[in-house]
Design a protein around this ligand. Structure first.
Ligand code: G3P
Ligand code: MG
Length: 257
């Protein structure tokens, strides 16, 4: 793709990104969690997106609804309507019993209102790599003008990132990895990635940080909840930190090396 166009979409990354909204302060991946993140000073949040059985992109982490709602079973057996009948807040605290599973469209609309950037992690249900990307882009692309510079896609799933390049190469992509033993360099190059989002444990070795920086990739580790570790990573040149603990780490939001 044309580089001038891609550069218009480069994300204006903050030092700190709220994991699943404000994970420690509200039920994950809910609208109240996104509002809480903004209240706590976050400029960006990370959310997980997959499809309901009627193929609507919803903000939801697990394959099953059991851990974070009062329902049972795989997400891809719930229509949007039946998903939104569930209580998605009481698992965190009964004060949040009215929280629902948001659609991606609801999340985008709220993030525009709150001026929050979005790291959209694509987490396809089994076998739905391509259709998840198609549905997400159909929801997101009408907001291209408002959102460019404020969106970064990420995924552990190589097929999803490949489909993103095929369909909408202008949106920046990050590869998520749990370790650096695999082909992170080959894969990020082949997928034209903007960033590598590794588990922060991969960065315990300074040499690893240096190798990733030398490749030209931005580094956005997850999920860092200790301020001393976050500070050290930012000092080493890591670009942005994904955290559950916005209350503590937001003191680093204007961190400059
Ligand atoms: O995107 C960073 C992080 O969210 C990846 O892992 O399981 O929390 O979605 P997970
Ligand atoms: Mg995630």
């Amino acid at each position: 793709m044309n580089n001038a166009l891609a550069s218009l979409f480069y994300p204006k990354l903050p030092s700190i990104i709220g994991h699943r909204g404000a994970y420690n302060s509200a039920p994950e991946n809910t609208l109240i969690s996104f509002r809480k993140a903004a209240q706590l000073g976050a400029k960006w949040i990370e959310i997980d997106v997959r499809l309901s059985s009627d193929k609507i992109p919803v903000v939801f982490h697990d394959n099953e609804v059991d851990r974070t709602t009062n329902g049972q079973g795989p997400v891809d057996t719930f229509t949007l309507e039946s998903l939104q009948e569930l209580d998605a807040g009481s698992h965190y605290h009964t004060d949040f019993s009215c929280e629902k599973v948001p659609t991606l469209l609801q999340a985008i609309t709220l993030c525009i209102e709150l001026n929050l950037g979005l790291n959209i992690e694509i987490k396809p249900n089994f076998g739905q790599d391509s259709e998840t990307v198609t549905a997400i882009l159909a929801t997101l692309n009408p907001f291209q003008e408002q959102l460019r510079g404020n969106v970064l896609f990420s995924s552990f799933n190589l097929l999803c990132l490949k489909e993103l390049i095929n369909l909408s190469p202008e949106w920046p992509r990050a590869l998520l990895v749990n370790d650096l033993n695999n082909d992170w360099l080959t894969n990020t190059k082949a997928l034209g990635c903007y960033a590598l989002n590794p588990s922060y444990e991969c960065l315990a070795s300074i040499q690893n940080v240096k190798s990733i920086l030398a490749s030209g990739l931005r580094i956005i580790p997850f999920t860092v909840n200790q301020i001393s570790i976050a500070k050290n990573l930012l000092r080493l040149g890591v670009h942005s930190i994904i955290t559950d603990d916005l209350r503590s780490l937001n003191s680093l939001k204007n961190y400059k090396i």
